[in-house]
Structures are given as C-alpha cells and as structure tokens.
Design a protein around this ligand. Sequence first.
Ligand SMILES: [Ca+2]
Length: 258
Amino acid sequence: MKHVDAVSNAPYLHMCLSPRSKPTSDEAAGWTVAQVLDHAEGHCLPEMVKGIKAVKELCGQHGLRLIAYEGGQHLVGVGGGQDNDKLTALFHAANRHPRMGEIYRKYHDAWRDACGDLFCTFSSIGKYSKWGSWGLAESWDQTPDDCPKLKATLDWNRANPLKNEPPRIEGLADAKAKVGEPFKLAARITDDGKSRMPVIVSWSSSAPDAVAFSNARSPETELRFTTGGTYTLLLRASDGFARSEKAITVKVIHVDME
Ligand SMILES: [Ca+2]
C-alpha cells in the first residue's frame, strides 16, 4: 500500500534576521538596499537551490514528487529583529525594488531547473508589515507595472507554459436506445498527464429526469431511459486545469414502436 505520493516543502529565499543571526538584524539594518539584494541573490538563492537539490534527490530515491506548498522571498526580522524599524523599512524597500523582480525570475528558473513541479507562490496580495513582505502586490488597485515581484511572476508564467492539453474523448457517437432497456456507453479517455492530476469525468443529460446513469462519474456507464424522445448526453473530462467535452444525441423509442 502506498502511503505517500509527494513531498512538499517551502523553498523560500530565507533571510530571517534576529539579534543572534549572522549577520545580526542590527548589522543588516545598516545595509543599503543594494546590499540586501546582493545577499538575497548571492547567498539566499544558491542556498535555496542546494536545499531543493538535496530534497529532490531524496524524493527521487523513493519515487516521490517534490512540490512547493509555498515560496517566495523571506526577508523578515525574527526573534526580536522584527522590532528593528530600520531593518523593516529596508526589507520593504528591497521588496519594491525592480531588482527584486530580476531575483524572482532567477528564483523561478532555479525551481524549474532543480525540480520543475508545482510551485505555489506566497502570496498574491498582502500588505507589508514588520512580519514580512509577502504579497506580490501590496493592494488590489496596483498593476503589475507597480510591482516588480508580480510582474516577474506573471511574465515567468507566460514564458514557461505548462503545455498541458485537455483530455481527449473518443469512441462516442450518436445512438439509438429503447425505453426501459439497459443501454451502454463506453468512452475512451486519454490525457497527456502534464497537469499531474487524475482525469475526472462526468455525464449529464438534457433531460435528467428521463435517464438514470449506473455511474455518471465513469467513462463507461449503463443508462436507462424512462421516456421516449431525443436527448443530448454530454461527457465532460477535466485534468484539473483543462477541460474537454463531447455531446451525442440519443434517440429513445418505445419497444412496441419498432
Ligand atoms: Ca492534460
């Protein structure tokens, strides 16, 4: 029995500074924005890559996926460091600096190259405080041009599409059925697996009261029609990101009308 499908980590660009860290929060409070960004790019980024590679290797040994449940920059005072107002202002300025966008591009590239699986950015929109500068944007009325981190992330996504195709539905055609008699439908569904999600299917009918499905969540189902008529049956298939659908017409007649 398989108990684990994936390992999830939080590969942040860690810069948690306290009065006891190296450098200390007081030392770093005297830095320029450029020095903070140099440290993020020159020290935190390679450290993050080292960490991902180690976990990825371990996951590979056990046939497990590695996914990031959250990540992003992590410039924040901790253990008392959050009360150094100069440090907080410096971290906020670094987060708003155009170079932070460049670091985000390199950061997303690094995750792609070292792992390449799902990565959840924390967070979309959030106000900066002494507890961190988490939002890609700081408020809802900002545009990507106002926010280097947001612009870099959106641009990166566009430049690195998932290339996921929706599931393919085959083997279905218009048909005839008889009232009260079981009628089988069996679709063939294939998917490229790029979304890494199981394909979910569902049947629906233009006249829900006139038809009963033995399993409306399976590509193969038995149906029973209670009244005659012409009905549209729809099969939907979703891989979690992309969806496809196929409609067929079923003409249902009473047995004594043959
Ligand atoms: Ca797919």
